[in-house]
Ligand binder design. Sequence first.
Ligand code: ATP
Ligand code: MG
Length: 272
Amino acid sequence: MKIIEVENLSYSYDGVNPAVSGLSFSVEEGQYCALIGHNGSGKSTLAKLLTGLISGYQGSIRLFGTELNPKTLYSLRSRMGIVFQNPDNQFVGSTVRDDIAFGLENRCVRREEMDGIIRKCAQEAGMENFLDAAPENLSGGQKQRVAIAGVLAMRPDILIYDEATSMLDPKGKKEILELTRKMREGNPKLTIISITHDIEEAATVDEVLVLNGGRLILSGAPKEVFSHREELGKIHLDAPFYVNLIAALKDKGVAVPDTVGSLAELEEFLCR
Ligand SMILES: Nc1ncnc2c1ncn2[C@@H]1O[C@H](COP(=O)(O)OP(=O)(O)OP(=O)(O)O)[C@@H](O)[C@H]1O
Ligand SMILES: [Mg+2]
């Protein structure tokens, strides 16, 4: 089932310069997608459009098979979770506990259940010792963890991370990516859109979407998208390590078969 269907989507903040332009793509239920592109390419704008935070666009957005419009906005949004790029813009509670509780209250979760959910999500995001802290006093990475805990508590069907781990240290980032994978194992229907500058993360997903100047210039499985090394290079995007390594090996005359499409497969080929 197609969970996100976007057709000919265009939007301009100032009515002159397009932030996104003529976007058409769809995402299957349960897919893990990476949305990549350099600064200003329209990634956050697309995330805001998908979550109904910006209106006045041209084209159409269908979520869960339903057209996004002012009438359907509330019910569609209740099934989506987004962690924004700037963690300072997303706190409503005066403590971490209140902040996570806020979303649950909106969903009418009963008080007796709430404490357990808050504790579990805070623990999963590594913030269980900060439940009484004020979000504004946390570090950037800690704020991102709280935002992630808040979104986990909502159990969304579509999860959008807008560079949600950009301030985490490498270990923290790995932990959150593993946690996200675990969430998917628990709910195979969970669809994830991860906006990221981390090409190595993008190499491990189901589908990669590449934006440039507000346009979708490449999409497909990582293996297919990252085979366009030159095109990506022109827009200052690197290919994952394994793709560059294969190219270097081929330059040296090593006949790496085209079927090799990940670091694990390359390791297997080299160790044969
Ligand atoms: N609130 C705004 N008002 C006016 N223009 C905006 C606004 N937000 C973004 N833009 C413009 O829209 C374009 C797309 O910006 P967007 O934030 O979607 O890019 P991005 O791909 O998320 O970039 P980054 O990697 O830096 O986060 C840019 O040219 C940007 O200057
Ligand atoms: Mg952005």
